[in-house]
Design a protein around this ligand. Structure first.
Ligand code: PMP
Ligand code: GLN
Length: 378
């Protein structure tokens, strides 16, 4: 069979989680919490099922949930998205990304991405016949020189994918970045896909720079969010996409034939849960404490920690420990030291090894402490 995605293997997240289980290692690789979500949330799902929310939800999402999302977004960003025409509930962030790309990208269209990047972007673009134009971010700060981004523009540039806070680097976009981006895209018909699944996970009093806060960007953007991150329940696979009416119309044309609609009782439960703002305003400080706890523990190790301004990922350089390839080093960490991580080279399409690995700190403090004990021996 002729592969549509030659060169693509099983995603690194499945690979590392499998090896972690095989070797009974502490799994700081794939990004998911090792503690339970709020039991109240589980009760609400039960309640919704008992109340009869067991058949198809409306195609674009539960009316109650879309209204609650609109309220949440308005509270956070002071912008009203219309639940009827601008909000679509999806099966997680990944489906929203896929659907947004599928609704816009034609064969030959170019999409700019910033690498290292979440691993679904590039293969999805290629599957659709699009071409990926890559801007390589450089450690340790992974900042963007927008004049260099401009050099990637051609008449075929159709889309730019943003991700702030960023997976895997934990870097964030500043208001200056947003201003530079506005200058670049003004007067073009370039669409932005803004992956904001870590919008709440931003630290040290910094403000999340959403495309929603900038009219010039908002009117051309799909914004992707994930309840998996927000509710500490990655297995629920629910999220949403915000976009102006013209983009949402195209998005829903694909969405209806991709999944039609998504899990009904969970939409009901989430809507009730996030009606209470404290259920989403406290998550940033929760993860900042975990970041600080983990960083302090690792300060005694030989790993060199990179900055982490957002997300629940901490990157670290091991170049003073070993000159192995990051994929080999990660596997040895599992086998010899019992800790699973992600080699950051997995977030690039072309072989790029800066000798950096990524830890996920969305874990019980006890897990982080046990992992740190092992990592101090490396
Ligand atoms: N975007 C980024 C940057 C992510 O890290 C993830 C997954 N952790 C997603 C999208 C996908 O989110 P979901 O699990 O809701 O599909
Ligand atoms: N986004 C999560 C991570 O980066 C995992 C997502 C997945 O497993 N596809 O670890």
């Amino acid at each position: 069979i002729q592969s549509k995605l030659p060169g693509v293997n099983t995603t690194i997240f499945s690979v590392m989680s499998k090896i972690a289980a095989e070797y009974n290692a502490i799994n700081l690789s794939q990004g998911f919490p090792d503690y339970s979500c709020d039991p109240k949330l589980i009760e609400l799902v039960n309640k919704a099922m008992k109340e009869g929310f067991n058949q198809y939800a409306p195609m674009p999402g539960s009316i109650f949930l879309k209204e609650t999302i609109a309220e949440k977004v308005e509270k956070l960003y002071n912008i009203r998205y219309n639940p009827d025409t601008e909000i679509t509930v999806t099966a997680g962030g990944t489906q929203a990304i896929f659907t947004a790309l599928a609704s816009i990208i034609n064969a030959g269209d170019e999409v700019i991405i910033f690498e290292p990047a979440y691993d679904s972007y590039a293969p999805t673009v290629r599957l659709l016949g699009g071409l990926v134009k890559t801007y390589e971010l450089a450690p340790p700060d992974y900042g963007i020189d927008w004049d260099m981004v401009k050099k990637l523009f051609t008449v075929k540039t159709r889309m730019i994918i943003l991700n702030s806070p960023q997976n895997p680097t934990g870097s964030i976009l500043s208001s200056d970045d947003m201003k530079s981006l506005i200058k670049l895209v003004s007067g073009t018909d370039i669409v932005i896909l803004s992956d904001e699944v870590y919008e709440h996970l931003i630290y040290d009093g910094q403000t999340h720079q959403s495309v929603m806060s900038y009219p010039e960007l908002r009117q051309r953007s799909f914004v992707v969010a994930s309840f998996g991150k927000l509710l500490h329940a990655t297995g629920w696979k629910l999220g949403y996409c915000l976009a102006p009416e013209d983009l949402t119309k195209e998005f829903r044309k694909v969405h209806q034939f991709n999944v039609f609609s998504v899990n009904s009782p969970m939409q009901q439960a989430i809507a009730e849960y996030i009606k209470e703002p404290k259920n989403y305003t406290e998550i940033g400080s929760f993860f900042q404490m975990k970041r600080d706890y983990f960083r302090n523990l690792l300060a005694e190790s030989r790993f060199k920690l990179l900055p982490c301004n957002g997300s629940y990922f901490q990157c670290a350089s091991y170049s003073s420990i070993s000159d192995e390839k990051d994929s080999d080093f990660s596997i040895r960490l599992v086998k010899e030291f019992g800790v699973a991580t992600i080699p950051v080279s997995a977030f690039y399409q072309k072989a790029t090894d800066h000798k950096i690995i990524r830890f996920c700190f969305a874990k019980e403090n006890d897990t982080l402490a046990k992992a740190a004990e092992k990592l101090k021996n490396v």
